[in-house]
Design a binder for this molecule. Structure first.
Ligand code: APR
Ligand code: PHB
Length: 400
C-alpha cells in the first residue's frame, strides 16, 4: 500500500476542506485533501450563494478574491415582503457600512481548487472507501482507494470537512459526542432560471401560501425558492406551476411579477438545524457541515464553514509555530459560540417567515407583528442586519 505523508489530512473538498488547505498553505503547513467526488462534480454543485462581509474579507485577504471582486454582486439591503408590501432593510446604513455579496458557493469552490492546484497543493478526487484511524493518538491515518489502488495518508491531524453525510463524525466513538437536532416540517423547492432577477436585492416573502425567496446568481440568472413539503415530489411541479406559485407568493398591491425564463435546475432541500458538541475528538477536528447544519433562511451555512476553518488554521499554525496547544483546545468552544448564534438567527428567520400548518392563524398574526417590528423599530432592524451581514470575529491574534 502506498503511504503519503503530510501534516494535515483533510477529508472533503467542499468550501471548508479547500479553504482549510489554502489557509494552511499560506502558513507554510502542508496538507492533502481527499474527496470522493470528481473535480467537475464539486465545481458544479449548486448550493448557497450569500457571503458575509467577513467571508469576503477573508477570501480577499488570502488571495482568492480576484474573480469574486469582479463577478460578486454587492448588496446593501434586503427586502422583507408581507401583507403584499415590500419593506427594505438597509443593512449598510444599519451596520455602519457592511454588506453581503451574492456569489455562488460552487464559484468559491472553483476559485479554491484553482488556487490549491496552482500552488502545488494535492487534492485527491475520486477516492473511495475512505476511512480514518488512530486519531486518538499522535499519528492519525486515512485509508482510501483510488483507481482501484489502496492508499494511506499518515498525518499529524485530520480535518473532518466531509459534510453532513461524511464519515468523520460517525467515526468518533459513540458517547463521546452530543447532538442537538431540529427538523422542520417543510423544505425548499429551489430553481435556477435564465431570467433577469425581478429585483436587484433579495426578497424574503411571508405569504399565507408559504414562504418564498427571490435570489440570483448573476444579473441575468434568477434563483428562487418556495416553501414546500419536505418530501415534495418534483414531478408534480412543472415549470409553469412553479412560476405561477412564485408570482402568487411575491404578489404586491403594485402588481409585482417575476421575469420568466428556461429553468436549468430544480431541487428540493429539507430544512434542519443540527449541532455536534464538541467539534473535536483527539486529533480529529470537525468543520463546516460535518459539525453543524442550519436552515438556509439566514444564509449562514457556508459562512459558518469558513469561520470554522479560519479558527482551525489559526490554531494549527500556533501549534506548528510555537508548540502551543491552547487554541487547538479552545477550537470547539470558539466555534460553537458562533454556531449557536447562527443557529438562533437561522431558526428565528425561519420561524418568522414560514407558514406553519394547523392552529387558528395565531402564529401568522404573530409573525406579521414581528415583521412589523423588524421593519419599523430601528433596534430590531439593526439586530437583523448585524446578524445577516455577519457577527464580528474576535479571535486572539487575528488581524482581520
Ligand atoms: N470522503 C471524502 N470526501 C467526502 C466523503 C468521504 N467519505 N463524504 C463526503 N465527502 C465530500 C463531499 O463530496 C463534499 O465535496 O466532502 C465535501 C463536503 O462539502 P460540503 O457538503 O460542501 O460541506 P462544507 O465544506 O462543510 O461546506 C458547507 O455546504 O451544504 C452547504 O449550506 C452548506 O454552504 C454550506 C456548505
Ligand atoms: C441563495 O441564493 O441560494 C440563497 C440566498 C439567501 C438564502 C438562502 C439561499 O437565505
Amino acid at each position: 500500500m502506498a503511504t503519503l505523508h503530510t501534516k494535515v489530512g483533510i477529508i472533503g473538498a467542499g468550501p471548508a476542506g479547500l479553504l482549510l488547505s489554502h489557509l494552511l498553505h499560506l502558513e507554510g503547513i502542508e496538507s492533502i485533501v481527499i474527496e470522493v467526488q470528481t473535480r467537475q462534480y464539486v465545481e458544479e454543485r449548486n448550493r448557497a450563494g450569500v457571503l458575509e462581509q467577513g467571508t469576503v474579507d477573508l477570501l480577499n485577504a488570502s488571495g482568492v478574491g480576484e474573480r469574486l471582486r469582479r463577478e460578486g454582486l454587492i448588496h446593501h439591503g434586503i427586502e422583507l415582503r408581507f401583507n403584499r408590501q415590500g419593506h427594505r432593510i438597509d443593512m449598510h446604513e444599519l451596520t455602519g457600512g457592511r454588506a453581503i455579496t451574492v456569489y455562488a458557493q460552487h464559484e468559491v469552490v472553483k476559485d479554491l481548487v484553482h488556487a490549491r492546484l496552482r500552488d502545488g497543493g494535492q487534492i485527491l478526487f475520486e477516492a473511495s472507501q475512505v476511512s480514518i484511524h488512530d486519531f486518538e493518538g499522535d499519528s492519525p491515518r486515512i485509508r482510501f482507494e483510488r483507481h482501484g489502488e489502496p492508499s494511506e495518508v499518515a498525518c499529524d491531524f485530520i480535518g473532518g470537512c466531509d459534510g453532513f453525510h461524511g464519515i468523520c463524525r460517525p467515526s468518533i466513538p459513540a458517547g463521546a459526542l452530543r447532538f442537538y437536532e431540529k427538523t422542520y416540517p417543510f423544505g425548499w423547492l429551489g430553481i435556477t432560471a435564465e431570467a433577469v432577477p425581478a429585483s436587484h436585492e433579495l426578497i424574503y416573502s411571508n405569504h399565507e401560501r408559504g414562504f418564498a425567496l427571490l435570489s440570483m446568481r448573476s444579473p441575468i440568472i434568477t434563483r428562487a425558492y418556495l416553501q414546500c413539503r419536505p418530501d415534495e415530489d418534483l414531478a408534480a411541479w412543472p415549470d409553469e406551476r412553479i412560476w405561477e406559485e412564485l408570482d402568487r407568493r411575491f404578489e404586491t398591491c403594485g402588481g409585482f411579477r417575476l421575469n420568466r425564463g428556461p429553468v436549468d435546475q430544480k431541487g428540493v432541500t429539507p430544512m434542519r438545524s443540527f449541532v455536534t458538541e464538541p467539534m473535536q475528538y483527539g486529533r480529529l477536528f470537525l468543520a463546516g457541515d460535518a459539525a453543524h447544519i442550519v436552515p438556509p433562511t439566514g444564509a449562514k451555512g457556508l459562512n459558518l464553514a469558513v469561520a470554522d476553518v479560519r479558527i482551525l488554521a489559526r490554531a494549527l499554525s500556533a501549534w506548528y509555530g510555537t508548540g502551543s496547544e491552547q487554541l487547538l483546545k479552545q477550537y470547539s468552544d470558539i466555534c460553537l459560540r458562533r454556531v449557536w448564534r447562527a443557529q438562533h438567527f437561522s431558526w428565528w428567520m425561519t420561524s418568522m417567515l414560514h407558514r406553519f400548518e394547523g392552529g387558528d392563524g395565531f402564529d401568522h398574526r404573530r409573525q406579521l407583528a414581528e415583521l412589523d417590528q423588524v421593519t419599523t423599530l430601528r433596534a430590531a432592524a439593526v439586530t437583523l442586519a448585524e446578524n445577516y451581514t455577519g457577527l464580528p470575529f474576535d479571535l486572539p491574534g487575528e488581524t482581520l
